[in-house]
Design a protein around this ligand. Structure first.
Ligand code: PGA
Length: 252
Protein backbone atom coordinates (compact mmCIF):
# COMPACT_ATOMS: atom_id res chain seq x y z
CA UNK A 1 0.00 0.00 0.00
CA UNK A 2 1.26 3.47 -0.80
CA UNK A 3 2.37 5.84 1.90
CA UNK A 4 0.39 8.99 2.71
CA UNK A 5 2.51 12.08 3.23
CA UNK A 6 2.13 15.68 4.27
CA UNK A 7 5.34 17.61 3.60
CA UNK A 8 6.00 21.22 4.55
CA UNK A 9 8.08 23.24 2.08
CA UNK A 10 9.23 26.24 4.09
CA UNK A 11 11.03 27.85 1.14
CA UNK A 12 13.25 30.81 2.16
CA UNK A 13 11.51 31.66 5.42
CA UNK A 14 12.25 31.85 9.18
CA UNK A 15 15.23 32.84 11.29
CA UNK A 16 17.00 30.13 13.28
CA UNK A 17 15.03 30.95 16.45
CA UNK A 18 11.71 30.97 14.59
CA UNK A 19 12.56 27.72 12.86
CA UNK A 20 13.45 26.03 16.14
CA UNK A 21 10.18 27.14 17.72
CA UNK A 22 8.07 26.07 14.74
CA UNK A 23 9.67 22.63 14.69
CA UNK A 24 9.28 22.24 18.45
CA UNK A 25 5.60 23.26 18.27
CA UNK A 26 4.89 20.84 15.41
CA UNK A 27 6.77 18.05 17.21
CA UNK A 28 4.76 18.65 20.39
CA UNK A 29 1.44 18.48 18.52
CA UNK A 30 2.44 15.34 16.64
CA UNK A 31 3.38 13.67 19.93
CA UNK A 32 -0.25 13.19 20.92
CA UNK A 33 -1.42 12.14 17.47
CA UNK A 34 -2.05 8.69 16.02
CA UNK A 35 -0.40 9.02 12.60
CA UNK A 36 -0.95 5.43 11.40
CA UNK A 37 0.45 5.21 7.86
CA UNK A 38 0.91 8.97 7.43
CA UNK A 39 4.41 10.42 7.20
CA UNK A 40 5.02 14.05 8.14
CA UNK A 41 8.06 15.64 6.52
CA UNK A 42 9.48 19.09 7.24
CA UNK A 43 11.69 20.74 4.62
CA UNK A 44 13.35 23.78 6.21
CA UNK A 45 16.22 25.74 4.61
CA UNK A 46 19.61 23.94 4.47
CA UNK A 47 21.08 25.84 7.44
CA UNK A 48 18.42 24.45 9.80
CA UNK A 49 18.62 20.81 8.69
CA UNK A 50 20.95 19.66 11.43
CA UNK A 51 18.82 21.24 14.13
CA UNK A 52 15.73 19.68 12.54
CA UNK A 53 17.20 16.18 12.30
CA UNK A 54 18.34 16.41 15.95
CA UNK A 55 14.76 17.13 17.06
CA UNK A 56 13.37 14.55 14.61
CA UNK A 57 15.33 11.77 16.31
CA UNK A 58 12.93 11.96 19.25
CA UNK A 59 9.85 12.99 17.27
CA UNK A 60 7.30 11.74 14.77
CA UNK A 61 8.41 13.75 11.74
CA UNK A 62 11.12 13.26 9.14
CA UNK A 63 13.33 15.86 7.52
CA UNK A 64 13.74 16.76 3.87
CA UNK A 65 15.85 19.31 1.99
CA UNK A 66 14.47 21.77 -0.55
CA UNK A 67 17.19 21.26 -3.14
CA UNK A 68 20.55 19.63 -3.82
CA UNK A 69 23.27 19.47 -6.46
CA UNK A 70 23.61 16.69 -9.02
CA UNK A 71 27.31 16.08 -8.20
CA UNK A 72 28.56 14.14 -5.20
CA UNK A 73 31.41 16.52 -4.24
CA UNK A 74 33.94 18.94 -5.62
CA UNK A 75 34.37 22.50 -6.85
CA UNK A 76 30.77 23.70 -6.81
CA UNK A 77 30.86 26.75 -4.54
CA UNK A 78 27.71 27.23 -2.52
CA UNK A 79 26.18 23.88 -3.43
CA UNK A 80 25.01 21.01 -1.20
CA UNK A 81 25.30 17.34 -2.18
CA UNK A 82 23.29 14.21 -1.50
CA UNK A 83 26.26 12.81 0.44
CA UNK A 84 26.08 15.78 2.81
CA UNK A 85 22.32 15.43 3.24
CA UNK A 86 22.66 11.72 3.86
CA UNK A 87 25.32 12.34 6.50
CA UNK A 88 22.78 14.50 8.40
CA UNK A 89 20.12 11.79 8.19
CA UNK A 90 18.02 13.78 5.75
CA UNK A 91 15.82 11.22 4.00
CA UNK A 92 13.98 13.31 1.41
CA UNK A 93 14.73 16.08 -1.06
CA UNK A 94 12.43 18.26 -3.15
CA UNK A 95 13.57 18.25 -6.77
CA UNK A 96 12.11 20.13 -9.73
CA UNK A 97 10.11 22.71 -7.82
CA UNK A 98 8.70 25.25 -10.28
CA UNK A 99 10.42 28.11 -8.44
CA UNK A 100 13.79 26.51 -9.15
CA UNK A 101 12.86 25.72 -12.75
CA UNK A 102 11.73 29.33 -13.23
CA UNK A 103 14.23 31.44 -11.24
CA UNK A 104 17.33 29.26 -11.62
CA UNK A 105 16.68 27.82 -15.06
CA UNK A 106 16.88 24.24 -13.85
CA UNK A 107 16.28 22.11 -16.91
CA UNK A 108 15.17 18.51 -17.36
CA UNK A 109 18.71 17.20 -17.73
CA UNK A 110 19.94 18.86 -14.54
CA UNK A 111 16.86 17.59 -12.69
CA UNK A 112 17.43 14.05 -13.96
CA UNK A 113 21.01 14.28 -12.63
CA UNK A 114 19.73 15.38 -9.23
CA UNK A 115 17.18 12.57 -9.11
CA UNK A 116 19.94 10.07 -9.90
CA UNK A 117 22.27 11.53 -7.25
CA UNK A 118 19.53 11.38 -4.61
CA UNK A 119 18.78 7.73 -5.41
CA UNK A 120 22.51 6.88 -5.34
CA UNK A 121 22.66 8.12 -1.77
CA UNK A 122 19.42 6.66 -0.42
CA UNK A 123 17.49 9.92 -0.35
CA UNK A 124 13.94 9.85 -1.67
CA UNK A 125 13.24 12.57 -4.24
CA UNK A 126 9.96 14.45 -3.97
CA UNK A 127 9.80 15.27 -7.66
CA UNK A 128 7.55 18.20 -8.62
CA UNK A 129 5.70 18.57 -11.90
CA UNK A 130 2.96 20.89 -13.07
CA UNK A 131 1.84 23.25 -15.80
CA UNK A 132 1.67 27.05 -15.96
CA UNK A 133 -1.69 28.77 -16.45
CA UNK A 134 -1.22 29.37 -20.18
CA UNK A 135 -0.58 25.65 -20.68
CA UNK A 136 -3.75 24.71 -18.82
CA UNK A 137 -5.74 27.25 -20.79
CA UNK A 138 -4.30 25.86 -24.02
CA UNK A 139 -5.26 22.34 -22.91
CA UNK A 140 -1.66 21.08 -22.98
CA UNK A 141 -1.34 20.39 -19.24
CA UNK A 142 -1.31 16.59 -19.57
CA UNK A 143 1.35 16.69 -22.28
CA UNK A 144 3.51 19.09 -20.24
CA UNK A 145 3.37 16.96 -17.09
CA UNK A 146 4.06 13.79 -19.08
CA UNK A 147 7.13 15.41 -20.64
CA UNK A 148 8.44 16.52 -17.23
CA UNK A 149 8.13 12.95 -15.98
CA UNK A 150 9.54 11.43 -19.17
CA UNK A 151 12.61 13.67 -19.17
CA UNK A 152 13.59 13.51 -15.51
CA UNK A 153 12.21 10.47 -13.69
CA UNK A 154 11.11 7.87 -16.24
CA UNK A 155 14.79 7.31 -17.10
CA UNK A 156 15.04 5.41 -13.79
CA UNK A 157 15.09 1.64 -13.53
CA UNK A 158 11.88 0.30 -11.93
CA UNK A 159 13.61 -0.53 -8.62
CA UNK A 160 14.85 3.06 -8.42
CA UNK A 161 11.61 4.68 -9.55
CA UNK A 162 9.94 2.99 -6.58
CA UNK A 163 11.89 5.41 -4.33
CA UNK A 164 10.36 8.47 -5.99
CA UNK A 165 7.52 10.49 -4.49
CA UNK A 166 5.72 12.71 -6.99
CA UNK A 167 4.10 16.07 -6.32
CA UNK A 168 1.67 17.59 -8.80
CA UNK A 169 1.92 21.33 -8.33
CA UNK A 170 0.10 23.42 -10.92
CA UNK A 171 2.22 26.56 -11.08
CA UNK A 172 -0.86 28.82 -11.22
CA UNK A 173 -1.91 27.46 -7.81
CA UNK A 174 1.40 27.96 -5.99
CA UNK A 175 1.22 30.80 -3.50
CA UNK A 176 -1.79 32.34 -5.27
CA UNK A 177 -4.60 31.32 -2.93
CA UNK A 178 -6.26 29.61 -5.91
CA UNK A 179 -5.97 25.86 -5.45
CA UNK A 180 -6.77 23.29 -8.12
CA UNK A 181 -10.31 22.03 -7.58
CA UNK A 182 -10.51 18.50 -6.15
CA UNK A 183 -11.75 17.39 -9.58
CA UNK A 184 -8.81 18.99 -11.41
CA UNK A 185 -6.35 17.47 -8.93
CA UNK A 186 -7.91 14.00 -9.13
CA UNK A 187 -8.01 14.12 -12.94
CA UNK A 188 -4.29 14.91 -13.15
CA UNK A 189 -3.26 12.49 -10.39
CA UNK A 190 -5.15 9.68 -12.11
CA UNK A 191 -3.49 10.62 -15.40
CA UNK A 192 -0.06 10.54 -13.74
CA UNK A 193 -0.80 7.15 -12.17
CA UNK A 194 -1.93 5.70 -15.52
CA UNK A 195 1.20 7.10 -17.14
CA UNK A 196 3.35 5.33 -14.54
CA UNK A 197 1.45 2.09 -15.15
CA UNK A 198 2.14 2.40 -18.87
CA UNK A 199 5.84 3.14 -18.35
CA UNK A 200 6.48 0.64 -15.54
CA UNK A 201 3.61 -1.57 -14.32
CA UNK A 202 0.31 -1.49 -12.45
CA UNK A 203 1.80 -2.42 -9.10
CA UNK A 204 4.42 0.32 -9.22
CA UNK A 205 1.75 2.84 -10.27
CA UNK A 206 -0.52 1.81 -7.39
CA UNK A 207 2.34 2.04 -4.91
CA UNK A 208 3.53 5.52 -5.97
CA UNK A 209 2.67 8.36 -3.61
CA UNK A 210 1.41 11.39 -5.54
CA UNK A 211 1.08 14.60 -3.51
CA UNK A 212 -0.90 17.69 -4.43
CA UNK A 213 0.67 21.13 -3.92
CA UNK A 214 -0.53 24.66 -4.58
CA UNK A 215 -2.48 26.79 -2.06
CA UNK A 216 -3.43 23.71 -0.08
CA UNK A 217 -4.52 24.77 3.41
CA UNK A 218 -6.59 23.70 6.42
CA UNK A 219 -9.80 24.77 4.65
CA UNK A 220 -9.41 22.85 1.41
CA UNK A 221 -7.07 19.98 2.36
CA UNK A 222 -9.78 17.49 3.30
CA UNK A 223 -11.67 17.71 -0.02
CA UNK A 224 -8.39 17.40 -1.93
CA UNK A 225 -7.00 14.53 0.17
CA UNK A 226 -10.23 12.54 -0.05
CA UNK A 227 -9.69 12.09 -3.80
CA UNK A 228 -8.69 8.50 -4.53
CA UNK A 229 -5.42 9.35 -6.28
CA UNK A 230 -4.34 12.23 -4.03
CA UNK A 231 -2.06 10.77 -1.35
CA UNK A 232 -1.34 13.91 0.64
CA UNK A 233 0.17 17.33 0.06
CA UNK A 234 3.27 19.44 -0.41
CA UNK A 235 2.43 22.49 1.63
CA UNK A 236 4.10 25.90 1.29
CA UNK A 237 2.51 28.91 3.02
CA UNK A 238 0.35 26.80 5.31
CA UNK A 239 3.38 24.95 6.66
CA UNK A 240 4.78 28.09 8.29
CA UNK A 241 2.37 28.12 11.25
CA UNK A 242 2.20 25.11 13.55
CA UNK A 243 -1.59 25.11 14.09
CA UNK A 244 -2.35 25.55 10.41
CA UNK A 245 0.11 22.85 9.35
CA UNK A 246 -1.17 20.39 11.96
CA UNK A 247 -4.73 21.06 10.75
CA UNK A 248 -3.60 20.07 7.25
CA UNK A 249 -1.95 16.92 8.63
CA UNK A 250 -5.16 15.92 10.42
CA UNK A 251 -7.10 16.39 7.16
CA UNK A 252 -5.35 13.37 5.69
P1 PGA B 1 1.89 27.00 -1.46
O1 PGA B 1 3.24 26.38 -2.03
O2 PGA B 1 1.25 25.97 -0.56
O3 PGA B 1 2.30 28.23 -0.72
O4 PGA B 1 1.02 27.32 -2.65
C1 PGA B 1 3.33 25.01 -2.34
C2 PGA B 1 4.70 24.70 -2.88
O5 PGA B 1 5.27 25.55 -3.57
O6 PGA B 1 5.26 23.62 -2.63
Amino acid sequence: MRKKIVAGNWKMNKTFGEAEKLIADIAASLEGMELKDTEVILCPPFVYLEMATDIAEESKFRVGAQNMNDHDLGAFTGEISAIMLNSLDVKYVIIGHSERRQHYNENHEFLAGKVNAAIRHQIQPIFCCGEILAEREAGTHFTIVKKQLDDSVFQLLPEHFKQVILAYEPVWAIGTGVNATPEQAQEMHLYIRETIAEKYDRQIADDTTILYGGSCNSKNARELFIQPDVDGGLIGGSSLKADEFIAVVTSL
